[in-house]
Write a protein that binds this ligand. Structure first.
Ligand code: G6P
Length: 473
């Protein structure tokens, strides 16, 4: 069965750190794809991913084509040792500095796609990196295998794989939003068309919401002159079907994991800091599109405009490091801490720290914060889905209110019971925080229950199996 289903993604299900003594320590990751693939049963499927750092590279070199099953929990993983400069140009230089910005509508200095003298060279590296994946997949795939290619890092893979292996079924899944045509055109024409044609190499291209699927189809019509019908997108006689699969939270896993002793311990520590005050929780990667600074400014506005809340509420904000190879992310990380410190300096009082900011990644502590949340703040500028918006209502102990950006994919499913905000509107977000904090216990609990039900409608295993079934249909 192994060769029959393949998953390809930049980041794999395991990562390695290299010790000074040359030892390798493996760490397994979680997330939708990991639990999705587990639906096939133990050891089924093969995952092709990139070596992301020195530890991964060393592991890939030592292991040969497949990683040690003891490290991966039995999952067959082929980790590609792509030359570091090629990888850096493709991942940092194109995927994260250009494509990510375009799809998240980050167009204003300093958050803007990087087009410099090196752009063409970086684009050539992105092609080479995609070709390395296509080669490995072509080599791994059994006749007629189903290959599920993930995200904007690998947009050229479907096309490149089809050229090498016309017998396999290829699906592409975008975990990001998709930019509307007039904004997608920010990309150089050749690049924009290559990305679209790359994905159209798939039999099926899938998205987290209808909105992103429609935007992709509109780009194909606008830039390529492709025909869009209910069937999908047809270009030069070939049709790529479109699909929508709104990844949900893994309710069973979260409800069990969030009540283990390590989470209890962290909950007790947080309670010590927060006391019995109301709690506004946010948990994010420190990601430009997550709009963390405006979230903090909205909280400051709440304390300024509605002084009654001073001393009665605490903002528990977890902003975990992300993409620190990029200067713009490092600067943003510093800005988040600076604004949190400013708020604490301006409003803090004996026994009350208005913002409790943690920047070191700790999953158990995130779950502890979910448990204590009265309000979850999720205000991205734009987001493919946003799973935090779905996870907090599942875990929160007293039912939590959700302040949610209308630009998050999750808004399509949770919009009825969340308090919706325009992510650019700081005053509006402050007002929504006030309303969320002011809900009666009954109202909050009822909304929380409905949010949790909607959030778990398509858990990762079903999400994954649905895609596979649709691809094979
Ligand atoms: C988003 C992307 C994923 C990516 C994740 C973390 O969710 O859609 O493909 O893995 O961010 O980003 P990173 O650059 O650390 O892999």
């Amino acid at each position: 069965m192994t060769g029959q289903v393949l998953v390809a993604s930049n980041r794999g299900p395991v990562s390695y750190t290299l010790g000074d003594d040359g030892s390798l320590t493996a760490k397994r990751g979680g997330g939708g794809l990991v639990s999705g693939l587990s639906a096939l049963g133990p050891g089924a499927g093969t995952w092709v991913c990139a070596a992301l750092g020195d530890g991964d590279r060393e592991a890939a070199r030592r292991a040969g084509p497949r990683l040690d099953l003891a490290d991966t929990g039995g999952q067959a993983v082929r980790m590609l040792d792509i030359p570091p400069l090629t990888f850096d140009a493709a991942y940092n230089g194109i995927a994260n500095s250009v494509l990510w910005f375009v799809h998240h509508l980050l167009y204003q200095t300093p958050f803007e796609p990087v087009f410099d003298a090196d752009f063409e060279a970086r684009w050539a590296d992105y092609r080479a990196y995609n070709a390395a994946f296509a080669e490995a997949l072509a080599d791994e795939a059994a006749p007629g295998a189903a290959v599920l290619v993930q995200d904007y890092h690998l947009s050229l893979v479907p096309w490149l794989l089809r050229e090498r292996r016309p017998d396999v079924r290829v699906g592409h899944f975008s975990h990001t939003p998709w930019a509307p045509p007039e904004l997608f055109r920010v990309l150089p024409d050749v690049v924009a068309c290559e990305v679209l044609l790359g994905i159209l190499g798939a039999d099926r291209a899938a998205f987290l919401t209808r909105r992103w699927a429609d935007a992709f189809a509109a780009c194909c019509a606008d830039l390529l002159g492709a025909e869009v019908t209910d069937e999908g997108v047809t270009f030069e006689g070939r049709t790529t079907r479109l699909g929508v699969h709104g990844l949900g939270a893994d309710g069973d896993f979260l409800r069990e994991r969030a009540f283990r002793p390590d989470v209890d311990e962290r909950l007790a520590a947080l309670r010590e800091q927060v006391g019995d005050r109301r709690t506004i929780v946010r948990v994010d990667r420190t990601e430009l599109s997550k709009n963390i600074v405006r979230g903090l400014l909205a909280y400051r506005r709440l304390l300024t405009d509605r002084p009654w809340w001073r001393g009665r509420v605490t903002h528990v904000a977890f902003a975990y490091p992300s993409r620190q190879d990029l200067a713009v992310y490092r600067d943003y990380t510093a800005e988040v801490s600076r604004v949190a410190d400013e708020i604490n300096a301006a409003f803090g009082a004996e026994g009350w720290t208005p913002v409790v900011l943690h920047v070191k990644d700790d999953f158990a502590r995130s779950l502890a914060a979910y448990r204590m949340a009265d309000v979850a703040l999720v205000n991205p500028i734009r987001d493919g889905m946003n799973l935090v918006a779905k996870e907090v209502p599942v875990v929160s102990e007293r039912g939590c209110a959700l302040v949610l950006s209308r630009e998050a994919g999750a808004a399509a499913e949770l919009g009825d019971d969340a308090l919706m905000v325009n992510p650019y509107d700081i005053a509006g977000t402050a007002e929504a925080l006030h309303m969320a904090l002011s809900l009666s216990d009954q109202e909050r609990e009822e909304r929380g229950k409905r949010l949790a039900a909607a959030a778990t409608a398509l858990p990762p295993r079903a999400w994954f199996l649905d895609q596979l079934e649709a691809l094979r249909a």
